[in-house]
Ligand binder design. Structure first.
Ligand code: TGC
Ligand code: FAD
Length: 388
């Protein structure tokens, strides 16, 4: 944790020199290049995605933990630390990185052909092509198995029909990885926006993740050559394997947002005077700060343990759920508690906690809602599936 007073367990001593240097580099980039703009982006509900792509690419943040094809091949822990520093500015920015690297690029890297990898991954790693990942539909979110989007084979082509909803970056994507039901399972397709029958209208009026572009993907008899189908998977294991990756990034990212709330709030309580002395001098304030710091520190240690397991290739999906559920719940609690300490000032964009809290409502929901992760953990504990 770069802000050392908050590192109550000497967490940073558990990192390698290389991991510490990477965290610092990400923190510098996030603080100097992203943070000065975040209030405006959030306020105007926009993100200069096409400009940010090459900047993140140059930094090695896109497909950071993937090997080859222009990707840095960093460790899972290094990738987690990067997510933490980026989300300390805003969850929308970490989403940008997650969707590109952990979802769209990972899908191609893991399930794609050599030709598909050569064609798309280097440009995506450089941020020259932006990717999105279309799984959710208007009537199929937590239960992707019930998706209605259909792909029907017609000679050497597939004809796709259906609608994907809540898709990060779909209106600006050059590459859309879209999942559809087929005659014998589920398939992933790499779509490009100029394909006939493809459109991606933007979703407006969001109260959360405003510094992130969200849209639909509408497929109206969209004809796709078979060479654009991901050849190595024909079941839901395809998209769900990708979700493990993005959920892992959130474990770290959400704690970055929580840390920023706490840093902002400790600073505020030291300068705000109430009843003749600074707010930080009251026992109730210190109890709140202490409780939040303890939860944040415990959660960061958990993230590191899960990261080390991932680097050893031993991280099971239900363990990812433990981290995703914990980090998002703790981060949201911290953001809300921090907001109380800021009083009325806390409802403005000048201070980050309410912006983070609003964002964290999405983070709690996407990549599997809190309830889905409870059910995944429940299944691991009892051996019984309670989804249906
Ligand atoms: P189920 O029958 O259990 O499994 C179907 C197939 O998938 C395999 N599988 C997994 N594989 C890898 N990782 C996992 N975590 C897996 N979970 C299951 C399973 O072995 C099976 O394989 P096969 O080959 O035998 O067919 O599936 P189910 O239909 O019962 O669903 C289980 C459930 C509910 C846990 C799953 O559907 C789920 O996770 N639902 C939540 C959906 C979700 O998280 N959507 C996220 C959409 S993407 C997004 O939100 C991006 S936000 C982006 C941003 O950061 O901005
Ligand atoms: P629902 O599935 O309708 O759930 C509603 C409520 O019911 C939740 O509380 C849920 O936990 C509960 N529930 C559902 N099933 C059960 C059950 N069996 N038992 C108990 N409770 C249950 N998706 C993508 O594919 N790609 C993206 O890039 C993407 N980006 C997103 C960006 C944003 C900003 C947001 C908000 C969402 C994004 N999503 C994306 C969609 C996201 O993954 C879904 O919103 C999420 O999976 C939940 O689906 P839903 O909204 O349909 O909720």
């Amino acid at each position: 944790m770069p802000s050392s007073p908050l590192d109550l367990t000497n967490f940073s001593s558990l990192l390698t020199e290389e991991e510490r240097m990477l965290q610092e580099a990400m923190s510098d980039f996030a603080t100097q290049t992203l943070k000065p703009h975040i209030q405006d982006w959030f306020d105007s509900a926009t993100l200069p995605a096409k400009e940010l792509g090459p900047q993140f690419g140059q930094l090695g943040a896109l497909g950071m933990h993937l090997e080859g094809y222009g990707c840095p091949g960093a460790s899972a822990v290094a990738y987690g630390l990067a997510c933490m520093e980026i989300e300390a500015v805003d969850s929308g920015l970490r989403s940008f990185v997650s969707v590109q690297g952990s979802l769209a690029m990972f899908a191609i890297h893991h399930w794609g052909s050599d030709e598909q990898k050569e064609k798309y991954l280097p440009k995506m790693a450089a941020g020259e092509y932006l990717g999105c990942f279309g799984l959710t539909e208007p009537d199929a979110g937590s239960d992707p198995a019930s998706m209605k989007t259909r792909a029907v084979k017609d000679g050497d082509e597939w004809i796709l029909n259906g609608t994907k909803m809540w898709i990060t970056n779909s209106p600006v994507a050059d590459v859309a990885v879209v999942w559809a039901r087929t005659e014998d399972g589920y398939a992933g397709f790499i779509l490009e926006p100029d394909m006939e029958g493809f459109s991606a209208p933007e979703i407006h009026k969001k109260l959360s993740l405003r510094a992130s572009i969200t849209g639909e993907i509408v497929l109206d008899n969209c004809r796709v050559p078979d060479s654009h189908r991901l050849p190595k998977v024909n079941s839901l294991r395809g998209p769900l394997t990708c979700l493990n990756e993005a959920r892992y990034g959130i474990i770290w990212g959400a704690l970055g947002a929580a840390r920023d709330c706490l840093v902002t709030t400790i600073d505020y309580t030291q300068t705000r005077e109430v009843f003749g002395k600074s707010l930080s001098n009251f026992q109730l304030t210190q109890a709140k700060l202490a409780n939040m710091a303890v939860e944040l520190n415990k959660s960061t240690l958990l993230a590191l343990q899960l990261g080390r397991l991932k680097d050893k290739g031993e991280l099971a999906p239900h363990q990812v759920s433990v981290g995703k559920l914990n980090s998002t719940r703790i981060a949201l609690d911290i953001a809300r508690e921090c907001r109380t300490l800021l009083g009325a000032s806390g409802i403005t964009l000048e201070y980050s906690p309410l912006r983070h809290a609003n964002n964290l409502e999405s983070v709690l929901t996407y990549e599997g809602t809190a309830e889905m992760h409870q059910l995944i953990i429940g299944q691991a504990l009892t051996g019984t599936s309670a989804f249906r």
